[in-house]
Design a binder for this molecule. Structure first.
Ligand SMILES: NC(=O)c1ccc[n+]([C@@H]2O[C@H](COP(=O)([O-])OP(=O)(O)OC[C@H]3O[C@@H](n4cnc5c(N)ncnc54)[C@H](OP(=O)(O)O)[C@@H]3O)[C@@H](O)[C@H]2O)c1
Length: 394
């Protein structure tokens, strides 16, 4: 039987790796739908190669551009966030791989859950913003939620070694990013190029900056809390600069079960597509004797304030995680476009959380309101900071 796959965010780092995985899996998987935000050059190449039935382009101008370029090509072109949602719930699609970046992927992830799809989820921000809603919807509609994030895929695999009530804690590993050895003061002069130079992983710009602030690990704590239905007190972070052990589960008898591999997203992507089977794929096999040694250390909580903040936010619950995520998205964009300093990212997130009056309404509307409030709050603060920094004319 051929499984029909939709890749939401096919032009990104995860999306293009997913297509490499599918290329290597021979038959059995058919690329039926693809989506992008604006990169219609790459999307047009993907349409040429994979001949999907339908594509969606979130940006309406880019969608018109694609339409003009393709002429009377047979592919159906949808547009806007609704276009992604329509694909996610399309009847003939078996697997939805969501590799969109940011909370923009929430409506389509929810639609796939509601439609009872197999949902391979790389897009962590919807799980942070709306983890309770998304996991509850998935459960209610028979949607199999499969983690693609390497740490969560590792935990998912390690959990197969025992029963849920035998888990003592899960240990999420992280490389520590480019500033692992830095003091808080060292971060004052970090440049965009330095922050984008991740030591072990090649990824899209947003997650690369999140890795540099360790906000990525912070988001992953909340993501793990929802995916594995565990209190955050049972979720720990361990720095492992080589990024070989992708995470571990400690069971009550003291056994630590880990999943290892080269830092290559193709492996967790492939496992989410082939689960519960394991097939030969593109990932290079790891030889431990070539590696020699692995090192571990505790995270520096003074330099990486995002980590303790994630526990506070998860415990606060309600709309707090939505604000945490949305403020960070605005802050990362502001940093990447030169509007704030690297240290301004965490300051902005903390500012929005301080100002936020946490609500317990975790309906989609309630969460989208909180997300919009945080974006507005963060944007205004960015503009105010810029105005304050602007040179005064004499
Ligand atoms: N990269 C990794 O190795 C990795 C590892 C673990 C988890 N993740 C998670 O996977 C997700 C994707 O990461 P990535 O690194 O692949 O990101 P990326 O390279 O920036 O790609 C993002 C994808 O989403 C599309 N997109 C962006 N904004 C959108 C919007 N508003 N509406 C609809 N589509 C939109 C982009 O389209 P355009 O190309 O047209 O802009 C692109 O296809 C993130 O949540 C990230 O945290 C990534």
């Amino acid at each position: 039987m051929t499984l029909k796959i939709a890749i939401l965010g096919s032009t990104g780092s995860i999306g293009t790796n997913a297509l490499r995985v599918i290329d290597a899996l021979d038959s059995g998987y058919e690329v039926t739908a693809l989506t992008a935000h604006r990169n219609v050059d790459l999307l047009a190449q993907q349409i040429e190669k994979y001949a999907p039935k339908v594509v969606a382009v979130a940006d309406p101008d880019a969608a018109r551009n694609l339409q003009a370029r393709l002429g009377d090509h047979r592919v159906e072109i949808l547009t806007g966030s609704e276009g992604l949602t329509a694909i996610a719930e399309e009847g003939e699609i078996d697997i939805v791989l969501t590799a969109v970046v940011g909370a923009a992927g929430l409506p389509s992830a929810l639609a796939a859950a509601r439609a009872g799809k197999r949902l391979a989820i790389a897009n962590k921000e919807p799980l942070v913003t709306a983890g309770e809603l998304l996991t509850r919807t998935a459960k209610a509609h028979g949607c199999t939620l499969l983690p693609v994030d390497s740490e969560h895929s590792a935990v998912f695999q390690a959990l197969l070694a025992g029963n849920p009530d035998e888990v003592e804690r899960i240990i999420l590993t992280g490389s520590g990013g480019p500033f692992r050895k830095c003091t808080p003061q060292d971060l004052d002069h970090v440049t965009r190029e330095e922050a984008l130079a991740h030591p072990t992983w090649t990824m899209g710009p947003k997650i690369t900056i999140d890795s540099a602030t360790m906000m990525n690990k912070a988001l992953e704590i909340i993501e793990a809390h929802w995916l594995f239905d565990l209190p955050v007190a049972q979720i720990e972070v361990l720095i492992h600069p080589e990024s070989i052990i992708h995470s571990l589960v400690e069971f009550v008898d003291g056994s630590l079960v880990a999943q290892l591999g080269h830092p290559d997203m193709c492996l967790p992507i492939q496992y989410a597509l082939t689960y519960p089977r394991r097939l030969k794929g593109v990932s290079k096999h790891l030889r431990l004797e070539e590696l020699g040694q692995m090192t571990f250390e505790s995270p520096n909580l003074e330099t990486f304030r995002a980590l303790p903040l994630a526990y506070e936010v998860a415990r606060a619950g309600g709309t707090a995680p939505a604000v945490f995520n949305a403020a960070n998205e605005v802050a990362v964009h502001a940093f990447l476009t030169g509007k704030i300093k690297f240290t301004g990212i965490l300051e902005l997130v903390e500012h929005c959380l301080d100002k936020h009056d946490i609500k317990t309404d975790v309906s989609l509307e309630g969460l989208l309101d909180a997300d919009a409030w945080a974006r507005d709050q963060a944007q205004r603060r960015v503009e105010r900071t810029r105005a304050d920094r602007a040179p005064v004319k004499g």
